[in-house]
Structures are given as structure tokens and as C-alpha cells.
Design a protein around this ligand. Sequence first.
Ligand code: FE2
Length: 286
Amino acid sequence: MALNTVELTPVLGSVVQDIDLSRDMSEATMRAIVDLLFERGVVVIPGQTLAPADYVRFAGFFGRPLEFYIPEHRDADYPEIIHINNDPATPPMMRDGAVHWHSDSSYEDVPGAVTMLFGKEVPDEGGETHFASTAAAYDALPEAMKLRIADLVALHQVGRAPWIEGETQPDPDRPQRRTDSPEHPLVMVHPVTGRKGIFTSGTAYAINGMDQAEATALIRELREHVVKSAFRLTYKVQVGDIVLWDNFGTVHCASPIDYSAEDGKRRLLHRISTKGVPKFYQAEAA
Ligand SMILES: [Fe+2]
């Protein structure tokens, strides 16, 4: 199955053209899209009209869709779908919770695999999402740094990472699962591609066996390196777009958004996140 694709940048992101998922979610088409996502880190599929049940079925090709831990954000009928909006009623502590560079669920023992957004309402201005390739950033590291970080293990929690320019610190009191305080390798070997990537997300705050001041400096240095312009992509989700990203190969950062119920200023995105390896690859490994 050959997809008609256009690259967004040399290192990251492809748009899939001329495809209607409501008519074609065949194994061949889906295999091609899943492969493309892991090759390119970010995939945009414009012009989609999938019903919620079919959107959940689509997500199931990319791992196991999760039911988000904040019930108020879930769709009433489809708990896998989270509504992301800029409703002025949003409590202050929940606002701009994604305006920092991170990969999803890195504060859990099993990090998120793939996340997708389905554009429903889009403001005329603002609301872009920024991405960076952690794999391309790793490849570009000096050999001495690759050796230095090869076997390091980082500790992760929400709200404790060293911040870098342009970020809004998430509220450490926002609801989260308090049970996980995971350790993840600083150099993550991608579970599908085997490619190495820098895995600090926005939650690494310490490194096993390392002095805290040194660890803070190293984590900040790596985070600043990952988001250099050479590894970056900015994309604004449009109505009808399904935008997917690979959380092991990329980090992302939302733009701050105005909270408004006015026409032209509202935003509504339907988000689904998955965990685990897509079934196509599980079948091959079995
Ligand atoms: Fe996120």
C-alpha cells in the first residue's frame, strides 16, 4: 500500500493526502500509516469525518487506547476520548497543562506510546503544537555525550523537571496518579524502531547515582539540545485533521491559548493516547 505523502520537515512529520478513513481502514492502509508514523515521528491526516466509535477503532491500530485518569475530561460515551478545549470554565490549575516540552505519561511506569488529536473546532489564531525529534537530537550529540549518558537512568515526576525557555510549569497539584514515580533510561531504545532517543520528557528531575546539581544541569542541557530548531516542527491542528505522534521518538509542547467561548476563538480537540506496541508488530514478534 503506497500512501501519497508530503514531508513537513526533513527530520519530522508527514502529511498523508487523499485518504478517507471512514471508507478505508483496511489492514493494508493502516499498516502503511502505522509504519509511516514510526518512520516520521508525526503524521497528519487531513479531512477526516470519523464517528467517535470509528476513531477509537482507528486508535486501536497504534496500541491499546487508554482511559484518561481525569474523569471530567473524558467523553461521556467513549472514555478513551479526552476533550481538550479552551472553555473559560476550565479551572486555573488545569490551564496550559501542556505548555512544556514532554512526551505523554512519562511520569508513569509505562510511558505513553502514541497520542492523537482530532480537530473539531480551531481558533483563527494560535493553538499551534510544537514537536521535536528526540531521535534526531540523539544522533546529533557529540560522541563524548553519547558515552556519558549511555547507561544513565533518570527519575521522573510531574512538576520537578528543570525548566527551559518558553515553558509554563504545570501545576504540581494538578490531579495525577501519585503511585508512579518511575525510573526510565535517559537513552530510550525505541520499542518499535530500535532507534535511540533522548528521553527526559518534561518529567526527568534526577539521575541515579549523580549529584543533584550535576543532574539538573545535564537534564537541562539535554532538554535544550532536543528542542533546537534543526529537530523541530510546528503544526496547527485544523478541523478534520487527525494528527498523531510517537511519544518515544518525539517530544511536544502546546502553545499558550486564550480561554474563550467566542466564535473564532474556541478550540476543541478529541485526544486519544495509547500504550504498548501496535498489533502489527506484536504479530511479527510472536
Ligand atoms: Fe502532551
